[in-house]
Design a binder for this molecule. Structure first.
Ligand SMILES: [Zn+2]
Ligand SMILES: [Zn+2]
Length: 301
């Protein structure tokens, strides 16, 4: 089962005709997790033909407008659409107060069920995956980076099983092997450890907005996919320091140092709107598998 990432918005504070404000959707099995919800995200959902009622969780990186101004509208729509699950909302310090205010002002009549948590470290463990957060360095604003880690899984080694020549009925029992349990067929014990192999779970890191910091590297470490802040081009180092962001080169260097497999650069300033390919070239000098994000780009991990 793959993890599907959809880029709903890839701009910085000012949107352009091509780029909407920050929002990324992660789909995995029944889970639809929205990472940030900039202004206009609802319309991006419509264009991407994704029903927002399918959302299960929202991860907020920080409370700058370009990452959260879409929340009140999204909450209103979910309330109007009779969203009937509990929406889990996670964010940095201050998130409980801000979410409560948004509901008080914008969704006073019809509520939806929510559970809001201010998180740091590992905060969610399910049967299939875990999510943790580390704080980033963004000019004093509390800001969380996130790491989604799929759990390792046992897979059946079909080549080895072929030799046992099992009939259909016997094959149905095999799923227990993937839970590490030995099974018995025709008085013969089939050991899980002999007929399965471990498939490594995927790691996806979300690192924005931030300047250079140790936690950015920690989150990125060995990620199959790292999505990193890239507000400025290679000449923008001073601006990046002033505003608590990264240049495209700094992001690429983090990916290389942290042994990332694939890097996607997002949070692209309007000044580079017509120049994505030049930005990508700058990143590739330091990290080969670099791609500059576009709105509605999807990737499967
Ligand atoms: Zn931002
Ligand atoms: Zn910001």
């Amino acid at each position: 089962m793959s993890i599907r990432i959809t880029f709903l918005g890839t701009s910085t504070a000012v949107p352009t005709a091509e780029r909407n404000h920050s929002a990324i959707l992660l789909n995995y099995k029944e889970e639809n997790i929205l990472i940030d919800c900039g202004e206009g995200t609802q319309r991006q959902f419509r264009k991407a033909k994704i029903n927002p009622n399918k959302l299960t969780r929202v991860l907020i990186t920080h409370w700058h407008g370009d990452h959260v101004l879409g929340l009140p509208g999204l909450f209103q729509t979910l309330a109007l659409n009779n969203y009937n699950k509990t929406l889990y909302i996670y964010g940095p310090r201050g998130t409980k107060k801000f979410v409560k205010e948004l509901f008080r002002v914008f969704v006073p009549m019809k509520k939806i069920k929510t559970e809001v948590k201010e998180v740091s470290g590992k905060f969610l463990k399910t049967r299939d995956f875990e999510i943790s957060s580390l704080s980033l360095s963004h000019g004093g604003t509390p800001c969380n980076g996130y790491l989604f880690e799929e759990k390792d899984r046992l897979r059946i080694d079909k080549n080895k099983l072929k030799k046992l020549k099992l009939n259909r009925e016997e094959q149905i029992k095999l799923s227990e092997l993937t839970q590490g349990k030995d099974i018995k067929i025709n008085n013969k014990i089939i050991k899980a450890k002999d007929f399965t192999y471990k498939q490594k779970g995927s790691k996806i890191s979300f690192i924005f907005d931030t300047g250079i910091c140790k936690n950015a590297e920690k989150l990125a470490e060995n990620s199959d996919l790292a999505i990193i802040d890239s507000t400025f081009d290679e000449k923008g180092e001073e601006l990046a320091i002033d505003y608590g962001h990264l240049t495209i080169v700094q992001a690429a260097k983090i990916a290389k140092k942290s042994k990332v497999k694939k890097l996607i650069l997002t949070h692209i300033s309007q000044r580079y709107d017509n120049n994505s390919s030049e930005l990508e070239k700058q990143a590739k000098k330091y990290f080969k598998d670099s791609t500059v994000a576009k709105d509605f780009m999807t990737i499967e991990v």
